[in-house]
Design a protein. Structure first.
Length: 759
C-alpha cells in the first residue's frame, strides 16, 4: 500500500458513554437511537478515519433470536454511509459458540448465518467486510468462505490473541496468518484483547508472513473498573506512540478497538503524518498448518507419516471398514510422538463412503494431534469436502499431468489455498531422471498458469520399485536433485515404494532415504516409528517409546487412561463397564480419570497441548462417567458449583468448557445458561446453597452485570465463594467486581473448585 488506511475506533464503549445500558445489544441502537450511532460515526470521520465500521458486530441470527437482524444490519450500514466516510465496513464477529468438534455448532449452520449476514451487508451498501475479534480459526475460515463465495467485497480478517500470544483455542499468529492468506483474505491482522504496546510481538510475526496488507486495531490498554465504570488507561498519546512502532513493522491498516475514541484516531493520524508505509519483503514459503501449528517445508527435513494409509495395512483397512476411528487416532498419536511433522491421511477403500469417512477421520485426528494433514484422496467430492472443513492449510496429495486430474484437483487446491503435490506422471510412465524432470517442469508451468502459487507446489518425482529395474533408485534421486536446484520447489517421495517385491525392505528403504536426502529431498513420506529411518535422519526423530503414553492390555486395546490422554471417545463406555467388574466407580475416577486429566492439564499449562485436546479429554471422561451415573443422580439436586453467563452476555463458550471439565473431575454443576439475571443466580443459590458460583462475561459492556450479580448475592446473605472469568477479565479486574477468585481458564477453575469444594 502506498498510503496508510485509517479505520475508526470503538463503538460499544462509545455507546456506553451515550447511555447504553449494561448487557443491552449495542446493535439495537441502529433502530432505537440512530442519531447517536450516526454522531459517533461522524466524530470518527472528523478525526480522520477513512473507514467507519457499521454497528453490526453482534448482529447474527444465532445470537439475536427473535430480533429483526436483517433490519439491524441494513440500518447499521445505511447509518454508517450517511456519516460521509470514504468507505464503510460491515462488521462481523463470532457466533459466541464453539464449532464442531470442540462444540455443538456445525460448520454448515455457521456458514448459513454468515452467508445471510454478508449478503445483507453488501445489499445495504457496505464497501468491505471486516471479520474481527475471532478466536476459532475454523469459524474464521467459515466466515471468510461465506464472504468470498457470496459477495464481491474485499474481506479483512483480524484474530484476537491473549497475553501468551495465542488465541483462546491455541492458534498462534503465524498459523492464522499463513492459513488466512492462503484462503484469500485481502488483509489480515489482530484486534482487541491487548493494548498497542503489548501487541508488538504478535504483529512482528504477522508482518513476517502476511502476503497481504496487515491490519491492527488494539484496545486502549487493558480494561479496569473505576467508580463502577469500565475504563481504559492508554491515553491518545500513549496509544499513538505505540501505533507508530506498529506501523514501522509494516502494518498499513490502522485503527482502534475497545476504549479507543475519536481522540485516539486523531492522535494516531497526527503521529504518522509524513511517514510512508514500510514495504515488507516476505520471503516465499511452502507451508502446511493445523489449527495450532505451522510446518514450513524446505527448512530442514520434514517427515510425513504414512501410517494413516490403508495400502498394505490389513489392520488399518479392517478398522476403516468397521468404522473404528480410535485405531487411527492411536496411529496418529504414535506418529506424532515418533517425530512426524505432517500426517498423510488416506481412507480410500471401495467398501466405505469416502466422503463421510475422510471428513470424520480428519476432524477426529485434527482434534487429537497438533500436526498438519496431507489429504491423500483421488475422489474430488471427498477431497473438496475435507478441504472445506479442515482447520488449517492442508497439503493435497496429489495431481498429475493428465487433464482429468488437473481439471478435478487444481480448482480445489486454489479455492482452499492448499499446498499441492504434483506427481511426475502423465501420458507415459517416466523411467529416467530426464523424463521425471520434464514432467516436473510441465507441472510447475501448468499449475502456475491455473493460479497455484509456485511456492505451494511440491513435486513428487515418483518412486518405482527396483525389483523390476535396479536403476530406479538412482534415477529418482537424480530427479530430486535437478528439481530442487533448477526449479526451486520442494519435493516429497514415498520412500517405501522403492522396495516392493524385495527382501530386506527396511535396509533398502533406509539406504534410498539417505541417497534422496543427500540429493535435497524436502519431505520423505515414511513410517516414523522405524528405527532404521531414525538412524538415517540422524536424531531428527523423537523417542519411539510410546509406552508412557498409553496403557495397553494383552489384546492391544488402549486402556482408560490412554483414552483420556488421546481424546479417543469410542470404546470408553465398554472399557468402563469392563473395569466396573473389578473396581468401584470411585476407584475408576481416582485411579484412571483424574490422573489422566491432571496429566493433560499440566501439558495444557505448559503450552504443550491446547484447548481442543483438553476438551477432547473431558469429553472422554464425560462418556465414561455417564456409564457410572445412577438414576436420580442429578447435578441440580445438590450442586457443587453454579455456573452462569451474566445478564446481557450471550457468549457461553468459556462457561461450557468450564462446565465440561468440572464435571469430568466429578463435580456436580448446575448450569443456569447465558444472559442470566442477578435474581436467577440468587434464587439458585438459595435453593441449593452451592459452595461455589462461577460467573462468565466476554464483553466489556456486561462486566457491570457481573458486579451487580455479586452484590446481589452478598445482599442475600450468600456465603458462596465467587469465581469469575472471561476474555476481558484480569486478576485486578476480578477484585474490583468483588470476586473471590479469578479463573483465567478452565483448568484454573478446576483448581479453584478443588480448593473450595473439597478443602
Amino acid at each position: 500500500m502506498k498510503e496508510f488506511l485509517f479505520f475508526d475506533g470503538a463503538m460499544g464503549t462509545m455507546l456506553q458513554a451515550h447511555g447504553l445500558k449494561a448487557g443491552a445489544f449495542p446493535e439495537t441502537y441502529n433502530l432505537t437511537h440512530p442519531d447517536v450511532v450516526l454522531a459517533i460515526h461522524k466524530a470518527y470521520v472528523a478525526a480522520g478515519s477513512d473507514v467507519v465500521t457499521a454497528n453490526t458486530f453482534g448482529a447474527n441470527p444465532f445470537k439475536m433470536k427473535g430480533l429483526d437482524v436483517k433490519e439491524i444490519i441494513t440500518r447499521g450500514v445505511e447509518i454508517a454511509k450517511a456519516s460521509g466516510a470514504k468507505k464503510v465496513a460491515l462488521d462481523v464477529s463470532s457466533h459466541g459458540a464453539l464449532l464442531e468438534p470442540n462444540g455443538t455448532l456445525s460448520f454448515d449452520e455457521a456458514y448459513e448465518n454468515y452467508k445471510f449476514i454478508m449478503q445483507t451487508g453488501e445489499k445495504a451498501g457496505a464497501d468491505l467486510i471486516l471479520i474481527e475479534t475471532m478466536s476459532d480459526l475454523l469459524e474464521t475460515k467459515c466466515a471468510l468462505l461465506a464472504a468470498k463465495e457470496n459477495t464481491s467485497l474485499p474481506v479483512f480478517v483480524t484474530m484476537t490473541y491473549m497475553e501468551d500470544g495465542r488465541t483462546f483455542l491455541g492458534t498462534d499468529p503465524v498459523t492464522a496468518t499463513v492459513t488466512l492468506c492462503a484462503l484469500g483474505a485481502d488483509a489480515v491482522g489482530v484486534n482487541c484483547s491487548l493494548g498497542a504496546k503489548d501487541m508488538l510481538p504478535v504483529i512482528r510475526e504477522i508482518c513476517a508472513y502476511a502476503t497481504c496488507p496487515v491490519i491492527v486495531q488494539p484496545n486502549a490498554g487493558l480494561p479496569k473498573i473505576k467508580e463502577g465504570m469500565t475504563v481504559y488507561e492508554d491515553t491518545p498519546d500513549i496509544f499513538s506512540a505505540a501505533m507508530k512502532d506498529i506501523a514501522s513493522l509494516g502494518a498499513t491498516i490502522l485503527g482502534g478497538c475497545c476504549g479507543t475514541t475519536p481522540d485516539h484516531i486523531r492522535a494516531l493520524k497526527a503521529a504518522l503524518k509524513g511517514m510512508m508505509p514500510v514495504v515488507r519483503n516476505v520471503k516465499p514459503y511452502t507451508a502446511a498448518t493445523s489449527a495450532t501449528k505451522t510446518v514450513f517445508l524446505g527448512e530442514g527435513t520434514k517427515v510425513i507419516g504414512e501410517r494413516l494409509n490403508p495400502t498394505g495395512k490389513k489392520k488399518l483397512k479392517a478398522a476403516l471398514i468397521a468404522g473404528d476411528v480410535d485405531y487411527l487416532l492411536h496411529e496418529a498419536i504414535d506418529q506424532e510422538r515418533a517425530g512426524a511433522d505432517i500426517l498423510d491421511l488416506n481412507v480410500g477403500l471401495p467398501e466405505i463412503d469416502e466422503v463421510q469417512m475422510l471428513t470424520r477421520v480428519m476432524k477426529e485426528v485434527s482434534a487429537t494431534v497438533t500436526l498438519p494433514l496431507q489429504l491423500d484422496c483421488s475422489d474430488p467430492v471427498a477431497l473438496e469436502r475435507a478441504c472445506r472443513l479442515y482447520n488449517g492449510k492442508p497439503i493435497i496429495n496429489s495431481v498429475n499431468m493428465k487433464p482429468s486430474s488437473l481439471d478435478a484437483i487444481v480448482p480445489i487446491a486454489k479455492k482452499y489455498g492448499a499446498a499441492l503435490i504434483g506427481l511426475c506422471l502423465g501420458e507415459t510412465m517416466p523411467k529416467t531422471h530426464e523424463e521425471r524432470f520434464d514432467y516436473a517442469k510441465r507441472l510447475v508451468k501448468e499449475l502456475t498458469s491455473r493460479g497455484i502459487k509456485k511456492n505451494d507446489i511440491i513435486i513428487d518425482c515418483l518412486v518405482l520399485t527396483i525389483a523390476t529395474d535396479e536403476t530406479q533408485a538412482e534415477e529418482t534421486a537424480l530427479a530430486v536433485k535437478q528439481v530442487t536446484e533448477e526449479l526451486g520447489v520442494c519435493t516429497v517421495l514415498g520412500v517405501s515404494n522403492v522396495s516392493f517385491g524385495m527382501p530386506d525392505r527396511l535396509k533398502i528403504n533406509a539406504a534410498f532415504l539417505s541417497k534422496c536426502l543427500h540429493a535435497g529431498l524436502s519431505a520423505p513420506i515414511l513410517n516414523p516409528l522405524v528405527a532404521e529411518y531414525a538412524e538415517v535422519l540422524k536424531g531428527k526423530l523423537l523417542t519411539l517409546d510410546t509406552s508412557a503414553y498409553f496403557t495397553f492390555d494383552k489384546e492391544g486395546a488402549v486402556g482408560i487412561r490412554g483414552m483420556v490422554l488421546c481424546g479417543a471417545v469410542g470404546g470408553v463406555e465398554d472399557a468402563v463397564k469392563e473395569a466396573l467388574k473389578t473396581k468401584t466407580p470411585l476407584e475408576i475416577i481416582n485411579e484412571e480419570f483424574i490422573p489422566a486429566l491432571d496429566e493433560i492439564g499440566v501439558k495444557f499449562e505448559k503450552g504443550e497441548v491446547f484447548l481442543p485436546r483438553l476438551i477432547a479429554a473431558a469429553e472422554v471422561v464425560k462418556k465414561g462417567m455417564d456409564v457410572m451415573k445412577k438414576d436420580g443422580d442429578d447435578d441440580a439436586t445438590r450442586p457443587d458449583v453454579i455456573l452462569a453467563t451474566v445478564k446481557g452476555d450471550i457468549h457461553d463458550i468459556g462457561k461450557n468448557i468450564v462446565k465440561m471439565l468440572l464435571r469430568s473431575y466429578g463435580f456436580k454443576v448446575l448450569d443456569l445458561g447465558k444472559d442470566v439475571p442477578e435474581s436467577a443466580v440468587v434464587e439458585a443459590w438459595k435453593k441449593t446453597h452451592a459452595p461455589l458460583i462461577g460467573l462468565s462475561a466476554l464483553m466489556t459492556t456486561t462486566v457491570p452485570s457481573m458486579k451487580a450479580t455479586i452484590d446481589a448475592l452478598k445482599a442475600a446473605g450468600s456465603d458462596a465463594k465467587v469465581a469469575v472469568g472471561g476474555a476481558v477479565l484480569t486478576e485486578e479486574y476480578a477484585k474490583t467486581v468483588g470476586a473471590d477468585f479469578y479463573g483465567k481458564d478452565a483448568r484454573a477453575t478446576v483448581k479453584i473448585a478443588e480448593s473450595v469444594v473439597r478443602k
